[in-house]
Write a protein that binds this ligand. Structure first.
Ligand SMILES: [Zn+2]
Length: 291
């Protein structure tokens, strides 16, 4: 393949020249090494912004992880030059637009990692494998990208819903999930479900007093924190927790009645109440119990 065709295939800028391509068998698979350099005669000074063509020296080539090509791990071996700026007299290294500073991961690989992070079906290991980096690198790049992400939502819709999910975070064993149920969007996942944390979080939401409906489970501290911050009187309890709450109440009655016959375990009443099949009848709708 012509080097120009390979340059296009690798989506490299026209200012990049490929000087050589080497395929090495490493760890049982082929790794592709693409040697690149700039074809520009001058470079822009990073300190003052002026162009300079006064060559200072050549740096040792650096290895940069690049996107896979034809399923093969691909590395760019980039040769960079140093120039002397005529304006500010400082020495600077040319920027080939492939990686930031001394980072060994290319911009394109970083973009691919973030794109794959949006895929809910992919684990950190999957992404690391696809992009030829370690899971730690995937995690670091994700956290770097999220650094300036706001810590709480700015505004809320009129209808919101909460749920909890069992996770291990630095703040506890449960995360708090905040949703927009009308548009079926998860707005945020909070690291804690504790009352003080929730009040502090929601107090920062600008339009919190415009929230009209809160759908949540029957946890008292959540209802109380919601009343405090949203000042809405309309709380809807979602059917799953509501049904569970009612069924538990019914079963408590069954156990209380059963205990009344505790002294005579052979009695008909005790056996009827204790019987597993009978105790499950209480959970069924009336129509299902006929016959
Ligand atoms: Zn300069």
């Amino acid at each position: 393949m012509k080097k120009e065709d390979l340059r296009k295939l690798l989506s490299l800028e026209s200012s990049i020249d490929i000087t050589n391509v080497d395929i090495k068998k490493e760890g049982g698979k082929n790794n592709k090494y693409v040697y690149v350099k700039s074809n520009k005669k001058k470079a822009r000074c990073l300190k003052c912004g002026n162009f300079s063509n006064k060559l200072h020296d050549y740096l040792k080539p650096v290895k940069i992880v690049y996107l896979k090509n034809s399923g093969e791990n691909t590395y760019l071996i980039a040769s960079k030059r140093r120039f002397k700026c005529k304006a500010c007299k400082k020495t600077f290294t040319e920027d080939l637009g492939l990686n930031g500073g001394r980072c060994s991961i290319s911009y394109k690989t970083k973009q691919m990692i973030l794109k794959e992070c949006l895929d809910r079906n992919k684990t950190l290991e999957d992404i690391a494998k696809d992009c030829n980096v370690s899971t730690d690198t995937v995690r670091r790049i994700f956290l770097e990208a999220m650094k300036n992400y706001p810590e709480n939502v700015d505004t809320l819709p009129e209808v919101i819903s909460f749920d909890e999910t069992s996770t291990y975070t630095c703040a506890g064993t449960y995360s708090f999930v905040l949703n927009d149920p009308i548009h079926k969007i998860t707005l945020d996942i909070l690291s804690s479900r504790k009352k003080d944390f929730l009040i502090s979080y929601f107090s920062k939401v600008k339009n919190r007093k415009l929230v009209k409906v809160v759908i949540c489970d029957l946890k008292d501290h959540i209802t109380r924190s919601s009343k405090f911050v949203f000042q809405t009187q309309f709380f809807a309890h979602e059917p799953f927790h509501y049904t569970r709450y009612v069924l538990k109440g019914l079963d408590d009655v069954r156990i209380r009645l059963q205990n009344e016959y505790e002294e005579n375990k052979k009695s008909y009443e005790y056996r009827m109440l204790k019987n597993r099949v009978n105790s499950k009848l209480i959970l069924k709708a009336f129509d299902y119990t006929k016959g």
